[in-house]
Design a protein. Structure first.
Length: 418
């Protein structure tokens, strides 16, 4: 990171309390707050709220500032506008100091102790731009001495303390109010690029209202993947807080077994309402899985799989995979079924790459064929994975009909819950 010119730096703790001077040099008050208008410019301080005796009297537009430094803010004109509250402004002290925000680069939740602003020259006037959010001890130190010691003294005393800050562009704000979030135009592009497991850690670190706000602002597919990674109790809390149609959309994007696990944690009336808002097919799949005991193979299995006729060829398998692209990320096994959908074989997906198109799949089936019944207890399922070192295990009913599949990640989730 390039070296910062400290002569062109103002900390928020220095900005508030700064004297404000009219063009003729008369002192007319002190800065009590500063605001950014994210929809106009994500970094520039757009308004300065000025008061005297602790009461806000008027505000100054950024274009009225001739110069700004530790000595004070000098105006270029004496047009003073009465202060009016505006939800589209982000108030730096009120909305950010001591608040939790997301460090999208570091994939964590942090608390704001101070902010670093840079003085930018624009023609014959100056502007303040937000540079960094201070989240370490140095920012807390400045807060502690704010108003107690002169800024120059505080700057000198803080030098031995290691700085800990986040560039403003890597910060993601959490605003629980959907209307205000819209007005502030809070972007979540960086969050949508994070791995769902990292997002889940962030969600779990946030208070309930902020968790729900974050889930609602993410893309549905990303939100669903994130919800899958979140602890069951927090999953339930989020689902119960969302509108049922929004919760239904997220569950439809989840694997049926994961959606069923999530719904099993919420109140029964909420679960029924969410299922009622889902499309028929996923609702039926999830509803069926909810009938099985949680600690059984039926409660662990996923119903999304690729099953082919026992006489299928490699060409048939490739065609089936083209129609099941949403499964490719987690798929490693194909299943062969005979009359009555009875399971007759399992073929590793990797074998397709070394066989000619017309090769029959049954010749590549694993022997012996490992499987469990729907009522098999969870501990026995886990033993299968451990003993045979497998990634996938089919589940059948009492008539040997293929009902679903358990994968290694299902087992890992079960172990985590234990």
């Amino acid at each position: 990171m390039p070296t910062i010119d400290l002569s062109r730096i103002l900390y928020l703790t220095e900005l508030t309390g700064l004297k404000v001077f009219a063009p003729d040099g008369e002192r007319i008050g002190r800065i009590v707050e500063a605001a950014v208008a994210p929809t106009d410019h994500p970094k520039r301080v757009a308004r300065y709220l000025v008061g005297d005796g602790g009461r806000t009297r008027f505000m100054i537009r950024f274009g009225q500032v001739r110069s700004i430094s530790l000595k004070g803010l000098m105006l270029s004109d004496d047009l003073l506008t009465p202060y009016r509250h505006d939800e589209s402004f982000l108030l730096l002290r009120k909305d950010l100091l001591d608040q939790q925000i997301i460090d999208a680069n570091g994939r964590k939740v942090v608390r704001v102790n101070d902010m670093t602003l840079t003085i930018e020259s624009v023609g014959e006037r100056q502007e303040l731009w937000v540079l960094e959010v201070d989240v370490g001890v140095r920012g807390a130190f400045r807060r502690l001495l704010e108003g107690v010691a002169p800024p120059a003294t505080i700057r000198r005393l803080q030098e031995p303390i290691k700085p800990n800050s986040i560039r403003w562009e890597y910060c993601n704000l959490i605003e629980p109010d959907p209307q205000r979030r819209l007005k502030l135009n809070i972007a979540t592009d960086m969050l949508n690029q994070l791995h769902p497991a990292d997002l889940a850690d962030i969600v779990e670190d946030l208070p309930p209202a902020e968790r729900e706000a974050l889930i609602e602002t993410l893309d549905d597919e990303v939100a669903a993947d994130t919800l899958t990674e979140v602890e069951p109790k927090i999953q339930a809390s989020i689902l119960e807080s969302l509108d049922s149609d929004k919760a239904a959309d997220l569950l439809e994007d989840m694997a049926p077994d994961e959606a069923a696990d999530a719904l099993a944690e919420v109140e029964e009336d909420v679960s029924r309402e969410i299922l009622g808002d889902m499309e028929h097919t996923p609702a039926a799949e999830i509803g069926e899985l909810l009938e099985y005991k949680e600690d059984s193979a039926g409660g662990m299995m996923n119903t999304r799989l690729v099953a082919l006729h026992e006489n299928a060829t490699v060409r048939d398998a490739v065609e089936a995979l083209r129609g099941s692209e949403e499964l490719l990320e987690s798929l490693n096994m194909l299943f062969l079924v005979g009359p009555g959908e009875r399971l007759v074989g399992a073929v590793p997906l990797a074998r397709l790459f070394v066989l000619p198109d017309g090769a029959p799949l049954r010749d590549q089936a694993l022997k012996p064929l490992l499987k469990v019944s729907i009522d098999t207890e969870r501990d026995e399922v886990i033993e299968y994975f451990d003993k045979y070192n497998i990634l996938t295990l089919p589940v059948v009913d009492e008539e040997n009909k293929l009902q679903g599949v358990i994968t290694a990640d299902d087992v890992i989730s079960a172990l985590r819950q234990k």
